[in-house]
Design a protein. Structure first.
Length: 390
């Protein structure tokens, strides 16, 4: 029997890009099952790798540029234009301008980091003739609610004295009024769509500061401060634009960038897989598969809320196709993934090691984990065949 296996992983943040993860898993499968037919669908979720994957899938082009990074220093960045017919469509991943990987580890303070460079990428795309823009939201290193984006696009964020506030989430505590009179007028002539985690809210117990702030370096006191600052931000946005970003689905995506995209770029937010998969070949490949293998850096109780493994597994389960998930770490609440299509999961780490060792050996660990999973599957298939023959 020749098994057809669809490899559909995410990238491993700050370790392996999605292309390398896909290749490592495929190589491991073939070590255990040399006759397996491998189909590959590297999954992007709006974060790192989104632009490259969509440009490659459509025969488009990458445009290198330079923007303000999340820590305020210039960084090398890029955006892309999709190929094919239709409107001239630019694709931007916010991580290329404000991603966590662009923030030096000793500067990871979401009180200070800014989304200014994301706004600059939008302006560069407009300068290059974009008629539509797709913004991928993920892997952010910010918590400024999209304030930096707004400042780059021409909005003036003013304190009680009428002076412009600085960049970073903490500065929002000084915000008194928003002036949109200098906003770039081209934003009214272009369609902007954003691929976001639909479950990410801007404010409250499930708000972006409380859920993701600590991952970006925020202390407990800073989390409280940032949440209060975002409350002030949402109030000012509602007063100036009428948008209630505090209640909008996806407004908390990428450190609250979703809120800024709604209020200042006129963007429409979409559940990220619903829009990104329009450009990928996933559904056609899934229809050919006997088994799906997916992967992500961490698998836990948060995975059902918009993460790649459960999004892939849910679609596979609709066709009664089993899904195996490989992960760097297995966390609390992981059993919840069984209710969202995951058939089995395994950690790629077979013994305790440092984060640095895991990152360095990521490709080897993934190959071995995929090989081990397939060898276990082969044992089950062998037993099943013997029982059927009897």
């Amino acid at each position: 029997m020749t098994m057809t296996i669809l490899v559909a992983p995410s990238g491993f943040k700050e370790s392996l890009c999605v292309t390398d993860v896909t290749k490592s898993i495929s190589d491991g499968i073939l070590r255990a099952m040399p006759n397996a037919e491998i189909l590959e669908a590297p999954m992007v979720d709006g974060g790192e790798g989104t632009t490259e994957a969509l440009v490659r899938a459509t025969g488009g082009t990458i445009i290198p540029t330079r923007v303000t990074g999340p820590a305020g220093d210039p960084v090398d960045s890029f955006f892309g234009f999709l190929g094919g017919p239709g409107p001239r469509t630019a694709v931007i991943e916010m991580a290329a301008a404000a991603g966590l990987s662009l923030v030096p580890r000793d500067q990871r303070n979401p009180m200070l980091t800014t989304s200014f460079g994301v706004g600059e990428l939008i302006l560069h795309a407009l300068d290059a003739g974009a008629e539509q823009i797709l913004v991928g939201c993920g892997d952010s290193g910010i918590n400024d609610g999209g304030a930096g984006l707004a400042q780059a696009l021409g909005a003036r964020l003013l304190d009680e004295e009428g002076a412009e506030i600085g960049c970073g989430g903490a500065e929002l505590m000084w915000l008194h009024r928003i002036d949109l009179s200098t906003l770039d007028p081209r934003l009214k002539t272009v369609q902007i769509d954003a691929a976001v985690n639909w479950h990410n809210m801007l404010l409250g117990p499930r708000g972006v500061a409380r859920v993701f702030g600590p991952q970006k370096g925020a202390t407990p006191d800073q989390v409280d401060y940032l949440d209060a600052a975002l409350q002030r931000w949402a109030t000012a946005i509602r007063a100036e634009t009428g948008f209630d970003v505090g209640e909008a689905q996806g407004a908390g995506a990428s450190g609250g960038l979703g809120a800024g995209l709604i209020a200042f770029a006129g963007a429409t937010l979409h559940p990220r897989f619903d829009i990104v998969m329009n450009y990928l070949d996933f559904d056609r490949l899934l229809g050919k598969a006997d088994l799906v293998i997916t992967a992500e850096g961490s698998l836990d109780g948060q995975s059902p809320y918009g993460k790649v493994p459960c999004e892939v597994a849910r679609r596979a389960a609709e066709r009664s196709i089993p899904t195996v998930a490989l992960a760097g770490t297995i966390g609390k609440g992981v059993d919840q993934t069984f209710d969202h299509g995951i058939s089995a999961f395994a950690s790629i780490l077979k013994r305790p090691c440092t984060l640095e060792d895991a990152i360095r050996d990521g490709e080897r660990l993934l190959r071995r984990a995929a090989e081990d999973a397939m060898r276990m599957l082969s044992v089950g298939l062998h037993i099943s065949e013997k029982q059927s023959a009897a």
